[in-house]
Design a protein around this ligand. Structure first.
Ligand code: PNS
Length: 158
């Protein structure tokens, strides 16, 4: 049986922490879908199409990484895709409480789906999309923390 994993998130924007988790997932699972939640935030920095385009471009050379969008309950999307696993990244203990709640709620909603937590490389453990946006907006350097394409797109936004 081949294992299809779904890595859901807002990806506004995609960071090197996300890229690290996706590449680990691509080695571990037969196929991994980067599933971008539609309408998560009222005012996202990047439009849905921009986020999809960025992720597709970054993972262009990966044969088993797909980029898709979803709406509504994550477990319904996972079931519709016939996937077995939800992948989430755990950066620090502070992530744990919310992730634990979500994993157990998702299990209650659909017991056939397993959540698998993966740790990014240490150098990415403090990165979040929110911090990237804030630091960049205030003139700070985000080089090395996001893919070059994201850095370029951030510059175009200013
Ligand atoms: O990038 P994020 O904001 O950490 O991703 C959160 C996400 C998209 C995984 C979560 O908000 C989600 O699954 N939303 C879809 C709606 C849903 O299923 N909610 C119940 C979760 S227990």
């Amino acid at each position: 049986m081949s294992t299809l994993a779904v890595y859901p998130g807002s990806f506004d924007p995609l960071t090197n922490g996300h890229v690290d988790i996706i590449s680990r997932g691509a080695r571990l699972f037969d196929r991994i879908v980067v599933a971008i939640l539609m309408n998560a935030e009222k005012a996202p920095l990047f439009t849905m199409q921009e986020r999809v385009d960025i992720a597709r471009e970054v993972f262009r050379k990966y044969g088993n990484v797909e980029v898709d969008t979803f709406n509504g309950l994550l477990v319904d999307y996972v079931e519709r895709r016939n996937a077995q696993v939800i992948v989430r990244g755990l950066r620090a203990v502070s992530d744990f409480e919310f992730e634990f709640q979500m994993a157990l709620m998702n299990r209650r909603l659909n017991a056939k789906i397993e959540t698998v937590f993966m740790m990014p490389a240490e150098q990415y453990t403090y990165i979040s999309s929110r911090l990237i946006k804030e630091v960049f907006a205030l003139g700070g350097r985000v080089h090395g923390l996001v893919p070059e394409l994201v850095e370029q797109r951030l510059r175009e936004k200013v």
